[in-house]
Ligand binder design. Sequence first.
Ligand code: SF4
Length: 364
Amino acid sequence: MDYYLKNYTYSQLKDLLKNILAKDKSNLKEDFFNYRVDQIFNWIYKKYEDKIDNFSDLSKNFREFLKNNFEINSLKIYDTKLSKYNDSIKFLFKTSDNEYIESVLMKHPQRYTVCLSTQVGCNVRCIFCASGINGLKRNLNLAEIIDQLFLIQKYIYMREKMRITNIVYMGMGEPLFNYENLIKSLDIFTHDKAFNISNRNITVSTSGVVDKIYELAEEKFRVKLAISLHSPFENKRQKLIPLAKKYKIPQILKAAEYYFLKTKRRITIEYILLKNITDTLEDAKELVNILKNYNFKVFINLIPYNSIGNIYLDNVLLEQSDNESIIQFYNYIKKYFEVNVRWSLGRDINAACGQLRRQLINSI
Ligand code: SF4
């Protein structure tokens, strides 16, 4: 039996209770188990309650049974950093085995978005990312993915009575390398007895794990897909994203096209703007050229680089593009595709992925 209640989807928890309780109570009906799981889900995911003693509509015996067998929270909030612009909060969580992971709450007027991590560290090792520098430690389990949203939701509900409306899987780790837990977490986030977040408000971002993109297209969750492309040139992309050696640009875009045709969700292309590396007019032209070959609706997110220290690519220091280059790049792309410049919220709190965790690790 798994220790944390959040390690179970609705149907898994029902099956578990059936297995345990039906042994000596074989006359129990399906409705009994549905009702019990409804109650548990209601306390945890609707009321954000994390003490089993407070599940007041459960019998004392059933509460004792739950207390003897389960925990509610798998993570603890270790630190929070509020942006001075009040547009984001960064959360550093501690796991039960003393690892640290990060999530960010981003506040927009009409929506509250949480950026979730799926792994401790990352083995994709993008050279511009703090999360990949020390490689992968382990996958997060389901409860740890769910807890990031749960604890942030509880935190913000207590202070602002706001609910999280959107999720992006863009924090630490490659979500498609933790596929099983990604899918189960989508089950809980979208379940009407749990968070009930619309799948059109959820984005899974990948560095381009081709076989898993095809698999995701076959799932019932029609979530949005974002592809971290970062360069239209294979050689340059391979230097920026070492994993790119395994999955080539045409394979990735073909998979994205398949995902679009199956789900009808537009594809977001994530593109980091690095001064004199990925931000030239030549880069913009080639980006348009390659994307024109595919049959999908595309939205391009241009991301000005957030420095994580002195890192070089072919002797060129990774730096944020100047405004002129950003505008030139944007203006060229906008003639062909929908495009946006995503100034990352909370730059004053190191909101780029993995930076807070890295600071902490460096300080201990
Ligand atoms: S950008 Fe994403 S995929 Fe790349 S190393 Fe960082 S966490 Fe991993």
